[in-house]
Structures are given as C-alpha cells and as structure tokens.
Design a protein around this ligand. Structure first.
Ligand code: ADP
Length: 545
C-alpha cells in the first residue's frame, strides 16, 4: 500500500513558532508530512474531535486557554495518536503534569532543534504503535475468550453457531461469514448461519469434490484466498455479494471431518494476517470439539428421554399390577373364607361323619386353603401397611417370638430341621403392633424353613443392645448371592422366578417385613453366604423409661 504522509496538527497561537516548527519538520522529514496549524483552542478542539491526525503538537499556553487542558480533553475523548506538549522556557514544572495527563512527550520551545524534534516524534509514534498493537492483541484475546466461553457454555446449536460465526468474523475484522456443514451422508457441504450475506449465498450445496470449502475439508488445512472474485472456483452468489477475500478453516473432531468455518472480507482495505489465520484455526478446532460434545449431548438427551418413557411405562405397569393385585386379593378373600368355613364344618362332621377315605383329602384341602389364605393375607397386608397408620402399643417381643417358634415346631420337624430359640432375660418393651410384628417373625421363620435343606438348623434369638431390641433369624440354608441382597426386599421379587422354580411363594414376604419394620422406626439387615446360610436381623427401638 502507498504510504500516506504523516498528518500533523500544530496548535499554537504564535505564528513564528508555526514557521519554526514547519522548518524543523521539513528538515527532518522532507515532504513526508502534512502540517495543519490552528492558533486557538476552539478550532483546535474541532480538529481533534475528528481524530484524523497522526500526531499533535500542542502549545502549553494558548492565549487565555491552557494547552494542558486541551490535552486532557483529547485523551478523555480517546485520541490514540501521540500528543506532544510544547512548553516555554519557564514552564518546566508542567512537564510532570503533561506526562500524567497522557502526553507522549514534552518539548521546550527554545531548545528545539531537528535532532530533538525528530527523536521525540519517532519515540512518540513508535510508542503509540506498540501500544496500539498491544491493545489490538488484548482485544483479539478478549474476543477469542468470548468465543471460547460461548463454545463451552451454549448447548443449543441453533443459538451457538450464528454467534460463533459472527464473533469469529469480529475477531479478525472480517465483515461476513458462514458455516459449511457436511451432510449426514458425508457427500455434500451445505452453508448455514450466514452472517452479513444474502440468503441466496446458501442456495447451492457444494457436492463432493467441488468448491473451495470442499478443498479445505479434504486437505484439513486453512485456506486464504486474498482475491476471491477472480478465483476459478468462486461462486457467483458470493462474488455478487462482494466477497473480497476468503478464509476457510476445517472443523474436525477426533479425526472426523465435520465442516468448514468460512469468513470473508468485503472491502479490499482489510487484510488477513497469518496470526489471524492461526486464531481462526484455533477457533475451528474448538468448534470441532463443541460439535462432537453437542452430538454426545444430544445422544445422551435422547437416551434420557427414551429411559424416561420406559420408566413412565414401567410405573404405569407397576400401578396396574398393584391395582390388579389389590383387587384380586380383595375379591379372593370372601370366597376363600367361605371355602375354609365349609371345609372346617366338613372336617368337624357337621355334614355327616367322614369316612376314613374322605378324611385325608379333607385335611389336604384344609391345609391348602389355609396356605392360600396366608398368601391372600400377605397380599392384603402389603397394601394395608402402606396405606394405614399403624397403631403402636407398648408390648414385649418375647411372647410374640415364643408363639411363632412354637407354631413352627411341627413344620420344621417335618422339614427335618432343628429349631433353636434363645431369648435374653429382662428384654425391654417396644412400641409395636402385635399383629404386624407376628407377621414379621412368621415370614422370616417361614423363609428360613423354606430355604434350608433337610438336616439344617434354624436359630432364633432375641437380645437387647443399648436402646434396641434385636431379633435374629439365622439359618444354614441355600443363602443369597450378594448382588441379590438389595432386591429381595422388593415387592414380588424372587431370586428364582422361573415357572419351574423349586420354592413357592409370592415374593411379598420380605417386602412386607421391611415395610412393617420401618413403620416401627426399625431397620432390617441381611447377611448371607451362598450354600452356607443367611441371617436376617431386625433392630427395633425399645421404650425409653
Ligand atoms: P417368597 O414369597 O418368594 O418367599 P420373600 O419376599 O419372602 O418372597 O423372599 C424373596 C426372595 O428372597 C425369595 O424368593 C428367596 O429367593 C429369597 N430369600 C428369602 N429368605 C431367604 C432365606 N432365608 N434363604 C435364602 N433365600 C431367601
């Protein structure tokens, strides 16, 4: 570019000084400058406000006005060009003030010679140039940070990309931009998020192998085309839009090509430097990562939505199942009671004496009907514990456990199991519901018997520990794998739920036990070793005296 003469403004009310300054300037700069002279404050301010000079020489004394004041005002206005204050012989004390006010230098008028002036101008201009560069660097760093922050925080791509295109353009002083994204089939590029360009620029997709964007994508390298208009692959719409130069950087993530960030200058004055290309390349890399993350995020969201749907469906099924069981248990209760009533009467000979051959079947029916009743009771109890407030009364667990163990003597004998009971003396009372706690002990004992092979032993102990009463039901049975321990307390959960399973049951027993224990502000724990046995422990708070 052709070098423009340095534009200098001299503000001095003394014409002699103007002439001297002019001579000095000519001596040091030949004709590589243009000097404007104004001799008063108001006209000087008008000139300064236009900010079109490259250098200002301001006299400290401007008739009634102060050059220092003018300097301050110029600095406050944001004048970037260096300002040199010219002081008289006796004004040395203003030096410091001038520098503080933002003067690039000060010169004592009488002592000005070509060497002094030349040095001052050179220093002043150079310093401003360095300052300008530093500010430009800071500014681009600030903008880069903005883009980075945006890429790291905005998850909505429809919001993110237009902003990134715009901010990237601003980062290097480009006036327009767009994002070319690879279509899902990987064969064509489509322009999106046009910034400062007419919509028709996005009109045609660049099919595989064509166009500068495709070239950038293929090579994975940034491409700068300083004079786009005459490029053989220039697109007519972009030419019409007045694109002057083109910069494209690839968007790549994890080796996968995703698209191209394209930025354009529209005026020939703007040039893109290698440093700016490097900046945009780094933005491109970050965009690649953000795109990758966005895809992952979208996938995660989709999965989450699918899971949510599945969960809602499961909840619905669970609700239906619960409703069905509640209704079924309710409906079964009455006919079962009638069956049991008649069987009992039959057994008692109310409908005539039973023959020897009839006795056994009737007893079997009686036992099976009782078993059925227990299942229905379990089913009903689960819903009751859940929906009813338990009425707790002061009571002792000793008789509850003793009775239960007594009732289970016969079944355990039949199952060829030893049944031991140990109750510590002076067991403290608890607050509890007799009916529900009986069910707890029954269920734990029933399971112990059910899941312990013949020859095994079951021990029931009741003891006191601090302010709690502890019930242990220990068996030498089949045990429970560790990964099942959590789930056995779920409603209807059975480790073996196959149709061919060995053990009967509803899978409601432990769920019920847990709910009852917790309704008593107690806890239930289980320890188990497969093929060795299990220990179920119920800890209940005792009444504090
Ligand atoms: P179920 O009606 O099947 O007994 P529970 O809720 O009482 O239902 O028990 C759930 C599952 O926990 C049982 O199916 C069984 O697999 C396991 N389980 C319970 N108690 C024992 C035990 N003492 N020994 C081994 N497994 C047990």
């Amino acid at each position: 570019m052709e070098k423009r003469p340095l534009q200098i403004l001299l503000v001095d009310d003394d014409e002699d000084d103007y002439i001297i300054t002019e001579e000095l300037l000519r001596e040091i700069m030949g004709y590589q400058y243009h000097l404007d002279w104004v001799n008063n404050y108001p006209t000087a301010w008008q000139q300064i406000e236009q900010k079109r000079h490259d250098l200002y020489l301001i006299d400290y004394r401007l008739g009634p006005d102060s050059g220092l004041e003018l300097l301050r005002r110029a600095v406050a206005l944001g004048v970037q060009a260096p300002i040199i204050l010219l002081t008289g012989q006796g004004d040395r004390e203003v030096d410091l003030e001038a520098m503080k006010a933002g003067a690039a230098d000060y010169l004592v008028k009488g002592q000005m010679d070509p060497a002094v002036l030349e040095r001052s101008l050179r220093y002043g201009i150079e310093r401003k140039r360095v300052e300008g560069q530093r500010e430009a660097l800071l500014e681009s760093e600030r903008r880069l940070n903005q883009v980075t922050q945006l890429l790291n925080t905005e998850m909505d791509m429809a919001v993110l990309w237009p902003q990134v295109v715009q901010q990237s353009a601003a980062l290097i002083g480009a006036e327009a931009g767009a994002l070319a994204l690879l279509a899902d089939d990987g064969r064509s590029l489509h322009y999106h998020y046009l910034f400062n360009l007419p919509p028709e620029c996005a009109a045609d997709a660049r099919v595989s192998g064509e166009g500068v964007a495709w070239h950038v994508l293929q090579t994975g390298q940034a491409l700068l085309i300083p004079n786009y208009a005459v490029h053989p692959q220039a697109l007519p719409y972009w030419q019409q839009a007045g694109v002057h130069s083109y910069l494209g950087v690839p968007l790549v993530s994890g080796g996968q090509k995703l698209g191209v960030l394209a930025l354009f200058t529209l005026s020939p004055q703007r040039e893109i430097s290698p440093r700016q290309i490097a900046l945009i390349e780094s933005v491109g890399q970050q965009m690649g990562v953000a795109m990758h993350n966005a895809r992952l995020f979208a996938e995660v969201q989709q999965r989450a939505a699918e899971l949510q749907r599945a969960l809602t469906r499961l909840e619905e099924l669970d609700r239906l199942k619960s409703a069905f069981i509640r209704n079924a248990s309710h409906e079964l209760r009455t006919p079962l009671a009638i069956v049991r009533g008649y069987i009992e009467l039959l057994g008692q000979g109310e409908f005539g004496e039973l023959t020897a051959a009839q006795r056994d079947p009737v007893e079997t029916i009686t036992m099976r009907a009782q078993a059925l009743s227990r299942i229905v009771d379990d089913m009903t109890a689960v819903w009751n514990v859940e929906s009813m407030e338990l009425t707790l009364e002061r009571m002792n667990l000793r008789p509850v456990v003793q009775t239960a163990v007594a009732e289970f003597r016969l079944p355990s004998h039949r199952a060829q199991l030893q049944l031991n009971l140990k109750i510590a003396p002076n067991l403290a009372d608890i607050m509890g519901s007799l009916m529900h706690l009986t069910r707890v002990v029954d269920n734990l004992l029933g399971n112990a018997i059910k899941f312990t092979p013949p020859g095994g032993a079951i021990s029931v102990t009741l003891q006191q520990h601090g302010k709690t009463v502890i019930l242990d039901v220990v068996d030498t049975g089949i045990g429970i794998p560790e990964y099942e321990l959590e789930r056995i307390f779920d409603r209807f959960y059975q480790i073996d739920d196959s149709p061919t399973r060995r053990y009967g049951g509803t899978g409601l027993g432990l769920a019920l036990v847990k709910e009852i224990v917790e309704a008593h502000r107690g806890v239930i724990q289980v320890n188990s070793v497969v093929q060795r046995g299990s220990r179920f422990r119920v800890v209940l708070p005792c009444v504090s005296e």
